[in-house]
Design a protein around this ligand. Structure first.
Ligand code: ZN
Ligand code: ZN
Length: 138
C-alpha cells in the first residue's frame, strides 16, 4: 500500500511530497545536525529522488560533511527552515528530509542512530537502533 506524505517549512511555502515508505530513517546527534535543526537530535527520512516532489522556492547552503563530502541543504528563504538536503557524493540517488517537517507522530521510527558521542546523557536511544562508532552523513 502506498503512503504519501507532505513535509513543509514553518511558513508552508516550501513543500516536499513523498511517495511510499522511506528507504531509511536515521537519528543523528552530530554537531552539524544539531545546528541545522536547533535541536539536540535530528531524525531524517531518506527517499529515492523519483519518489520526492518539491514545490516552492528554496535556497541552498553547501557545506562539507564529516568525511569532506558535499552536503547540499535546502531551506525556505522566507522562514529559514531546512526542509531537505542532498548527499551527492555519498547517496546521489537519495533525498533526505527532516522528519519533523512532516509533523507526524506516526512517522516511522529510526532504524539507526549515529554520532552518539555527542548525544546528551539524558536522551535514551532504543537498544536496537544503536550504530556504534560509525559516523555517517545523516
Ligand atoms: Zn518557509
Ligand atoms: Zn548529523
Amino acid at each position: 500500500m502506498s503512503s504519501n506524505r507532505t513535509a513543509h517549512c514553518c511558513c508552508g511555502a516550501l513543500n516536499v511530497q513523498t511517495t511510499g515508505a522511506p528507504e531509511l530513517v536515521a537519528a543523528c546527534c552530530c554537531g552539524e545536525c544539531q545546528r541545522r535543526t536547533g535541536s539536540i537530535v535530528s531524525v531524517s527520512g531518506y527517499w529515492k529522488r523519483n519518489n520526492v516532489v518539491t514545490s516552492g522556492s528554496a535556497k541552498r547552503y553547501l557545506r562539507k560533511g564529516h568525511g569532506g563530502r558535499d552536503v547540499e541543504l535546502y531551506f525556505c528563504p522566507a522562514c529559514g527552515s531546512t526542509v531537505y538536503w542532498l548527499l551527492p557524493d555519498l547517496k546521489p540517488e537519495w533525498v533526505a528530509i527532516a522528519a519533523g517537517m512532516f509533523g507526524d507522530a506516526n512517522f516511522p521510527r529510526p532504524s539507526m542512530s549515529v554520532w552518539e558521542k555527542t548525544k546528551p546523557d539524558w536522551l535514551s536511544i532504543p537498544a536496537d537502533v544503536h550504530l556504534d562508532g560509525q559516523p555517517q552523513e545523516v
